[in-house]
Design a protein around this ligand. Structure first.
Ligand code: SF4
Ligand code: SF4
Length: 424
């Protein structure tokens, strides 16, 4: 065991702790102030890297490339795989640390990491151990319990999952009722089915599909949460149970492809469900609509200056950057301007990996919400509209518009809402 010969006066620079040129975390600072002298203690690193899925945590060689791209670090969260590895080297217990829950699994660190340290595998694997021990932040636990009890994290009645269809002027076919094959099975997912604001894009998309003459159907009350965010937050058992339910339900029907409104559902159905026997062709609605957009007859010119936020689970996780842009550029009268952090380098809204249910927890560990940081960037482009295509984002960014004092400067709209508006 190597002993660090640390003297308090030598290492403290302002509020940061620096040992041999390496900045350590606030937790370290606190311990140094208490004159705790550390030895290297790799038992925690050994414990974490022995968890199946978390092995790559041990591959970090501290190059630091992940630090400036981590959206949590950007907002004062003192975060990223480099910092987690360093803390583990000194025996700091990740299971007792808020660091276990800060990662949004945005994948930006993996994009730049020369050693393939993969937080997308590490986080769910380590969090699953904490979930088994019941060590879960309260608000996340509530989302897990709602999902278990009601089939959705919002705690809404499963019987009302298709109630949104009563709020649209077009008929939305439900597979159990029409009892025939369809070309496209639309996996609507929870926020698009229930959330008062996300539903607006769902209703718009139904009208677009009907206008385009798409042969589609939904599962309605037979559908349950895809559970991808719960999986990434560590609830692997719940994910498996729900994946098996959804796969069994989907296999009852005949269709050519699955359409998802939600990039998180896209990720689950495309990448995870095949591991449980659910092999389907799955596309996000932007990918599906892009080749069809020229068939729409526009009735209204929008005259908006817009910018676009790439959802992590559509872009970095599933490689789709062009389809949303093609749809935006097809809108009559729209001027499109990119934010500096776009496409592969896009920032994160903070909702992924369970972050959707950890806003209160995160507020104690960051200086501003990730969605607030992003809204400031969107406003700086001079855009009137921030365009999104993930159901987590509309409400997150609308809240951030208010909390950053930008009401009246920018509004948030899903692409489907803008297409419907221009269709008339
Ligand atoms: S980029 Fe990869 S190897 Fe470099 S510090 Fe980050 S996790 Fe470690
Ligand atoms: S996945 Fe994203 S939030 Fe998590 S450590 Fe990497 S860059 Fe930070």
């Amino acid at each position: 065991m190597a002993r660090l010969n640390v003297e308090k006066d030598r290492i403290i620079e302002k509020e940061k702790v620096v040992v041999d040129g390496i900045e350590l975390s606030r937790e370290w600072n606190r311990m140094f102030e208490q004159r705790v002298i550390f030895d290297y203690d790799t038992s925690m690193l050994d414990k974490v890297t022995s968890i199946p899925g978390a092995e790559s945590m041990g591959w970090c060689y501290q190059c630091g490339q992940c630090v400036p791209v981590c959206p949590v670090d950007t907002v004062g969260g003192e975060y990223g795989p480099r910092k987690i590895y360093r803390n583990l080297q000194y025996g700091i217990d990740l299971f007792e640390s808020p660091d276990l829950w800060k990662c949004t699994t945005c994948m930006n660190c993996l994009r730049v990491c020369p050693k393939d340290v993969n937080m997308i595998d590490i986080m769910p694997a380590v969090r699953a151990e904490a979930v088994m021990e019941g060590q879960v932040p309260d608000e996340l636990q509530e989302a897990f319990e709602n999902t278990f009890e009601y089939g959705n994290p919002l705690g809404e009645s499963p019987r009302k999952r298709a109630d949104w269809t009563k709020e649209v002027s077009v008929e939305v076919p439900i597979m159990k009722e029409i009892n025939r094959p369809v070309d496209v099975l639309w996996f609507v997912e929870c926020y698009p089915a229930y959330h008062h604001r996300s539903k607006d894009a769902t209703k718009a998309l139904a009208e677009i599909l009907v206008r385009l003459g798409v042969d589609f159907g939904i599962l309605g009350v037979e559908e349950k949460c895809s559970c991808d965010s719960q999986r990434l937050a560590g609830e692997v058992g719940l994910f498996e149970e729900f994946a098996e339910h959804n796969i069994k339900t989907l296999k009852k029907y005949k269709f050519n492809k699955i359409l998802t409104t939600d990039p998180h559902a896209l990720n689950a159905l495309r990448k995870e469900y095949p591991k449980y026997g659910g092999e389907f062709e799955v596309v996000h609605y932007t990918t599906f609509l892009a080749p069809l957009i020229d068939k729409i007859e526009w009735k209204k010119t929008l005259n908006y200056k817009v910018t676009f936020h790439d959802p992590c689970y559509l872009g970095r996780h599933n490689g789709e950057y062009d389809a949303p842009r093609k749809l935006i550029e097809a809108l009559p009268g729209v001027e499109f301007v990119e934010m500096g952090r776009c496409r592969e380098q896009s920032y994160c809204c903070g909702g992924g990996g369970g972050g959707m249910w950890l806003d209160g927890f995160m507020a104690d560990h960051i200086k501003e919400r990730l969605s607030e940081n992003r809204i400031k960037e969107a406003v700086a482009t001079g855009a009137d509209v921030l365009v999104v295509c993930c159901p987590y984002e509309v409400s997150r960014f609308e809240d951030a518009v208010k909390s950053t004092g930008n009401e009246g400067k920018i509004i948030v709209r899903d692409i489907a809402e803008l297409i419907k508006e221009a269709m008339g």
